[in-house]
Design a protein around this ligand. Structure first.
Ligand code: GLU
Length: 381
């Protein structure tokens, strides 16, 4: 066992991806219950250290195909979807029971590609998961295989997990796999193949080492893990590939088990702010009063009460510019309301929102996590 990395100890929010080949017995297609229990115990132990854990779990197709008695070998898309609809029930039930035994509540979240790609749905999925984490539940995520079609699939849970990690600004993404990391060559067949412990840049050499090691049940070989690493590190999330072949895989990782770390050069908050400030086309603007401007500079969210005017045509989740009374840009952020709703609630107290709009939305027009202020405004992070 090697020394435990500081990235592991420092990670407050973790996304853990579990592959089908770990959860199910490849010969019988049945659930590996003892292993699942040990994983859930590890999650409970991490939660006891005040860490937040989101699981991304495969296994629905593997379990469903066994239950439906489908033949081995590649299945057609609709057979996979039928299998997933059966297997997902068993999977969710297994997690519910295992977490209950540890005094925890599991929550099932099934995502389709648009949920992390379209900002409005992204905000919804993000706030639902934030809410679940806030009340101490453990979100268990899978792709909504039953409705996803070929063109709109993540296709593999490595990438899904990376999108979830980026959406949730996770500090660390753990891919539990049947290998313990990235090797310089094919492990076993090449005597000189060595495990790479730390990857700071995903170079063409690193990509070449990935080869393709996908198995029948999981589409994710090393290639999709490298793609996941790209998504994660761009979002400021460190990623680690570790073996899940033994029980208590997260405890083992915490004790320094061999693994490969892909290190992010930035952190999730900074990378999210860069994305908001630079990558999105603003659709409108809000003009705010001096009190609100001072609150923003002090790190607070933008409340409707501080907004004096709303400009442009934007939907919930769109990027908008925040201006002061003189028209100067103070920063940008993702609006929690459309321009129509923003106009209605501008200048009003947050507690009046539900009466004005007929639904209870967020208290903030732009939450501070969804905001990037200009450096000249005194505060960028
Ligand atoms: N979503 C699929 C399932 O639950 C697995 C996809 C993958 O293993 O990458 O069976």
């Amino acid at each position: 066992m090697a020394a435990v990395r500081t990235e592991w100890g420092a990670a407050r929010r973790l996304v853990v991806k579990v592959g089908s080949s770990l959860l199910t017995d490849p010969r019988t297609g049945t659930l590996n219950r003892a292993w699942l229990t040990s994983l859930v115990e590890d999650v409970a132990a991490l939660k006891a250290e005040a860490r937040e854990i989101i699981l991304v779990s495969s296994g629905a197709i593997a379990l469903g195909r066994k239950a439906l008695g489908l033949p081995s070998g590649p299945l057609r898309l609709e057979e996979n979807q039928a299998a997933a609809s059966v297997g997902q029930i068993a999977l969710a039930h297994a997690y519910e029971e295992a977490f209950k035994a540890c005094g925890l509540v599991a929550a099932q979240i099934l995502l389709t590609l648009g949920d992390t790609e379209q900002r409005r749905r992204y905000l919804n999925a993000r706030s639902t998961m934030e809410t679940l984490l806030g009340v101490g539940a453990v979100p268990v995520v899978n792709e909504n295989d039953t409705v996803a079609t070929t063109e709109i699939r993540y296709g593999d849970n490595d990438r899904l997990a990376a999108r979830v990690a980026s959406m949730m600004s996770a500090d660390c993404l753990v891919l539990l796999s049947d290998v313990d990391g990235l090797y310089t060559g094919v492990p076993g067949s090449d005597g000189g193949a060595e495990l790479i412990g730390e990857i700071k840049n995903i170079t063409p050499e690193i990509e070449a080492m990935a080869g393709d090691t996908g198995t029948e049940l999981s589409r994710g070989g090393m290639v999709t893990k490298i793609e996941a690493a790209r998504i994660a590190v761009a979002a400021g999330t460190h990623m680690v590939i570790a073996s899940g072949r033994h029980e208590n895989p997260l405890a083992r990782l915490g004790q320094g088990a061999p693994c490969s770390w892909f290190l992010a050069a930035t952190n999730p908050a900074a990378s999210r702010k860069r994305w908001i400030a630079g990558a999105l086309e603003p659709r409108g603007a809000v003009v705010i009063d001096d009190g609100a401007a001072a609150a923003l500079k002090g790190g607070k969210s933008l409340l409707p009460a501080g907004v004096s005017a709303v400009e442009g045509t934007f939907e919930r989740g769109d990027a908008i510019i925040i201006r002061d009374g003189s028209g100067a840009e103070l920063g940008r952020g993702l609006s929690a309301y459309s321009h129509r709703d923003a106009q209605t609630i501008a200048g009003h107290k947050s507690r009046e929102i539900s009466e004005l709009l007929g639904y209870r939305g967020r208290d903030e027009l732009i939450h501070r996590d969804d905001m990037a202020l200009k450096l000249s405004a005194g505060r960028d992070e």
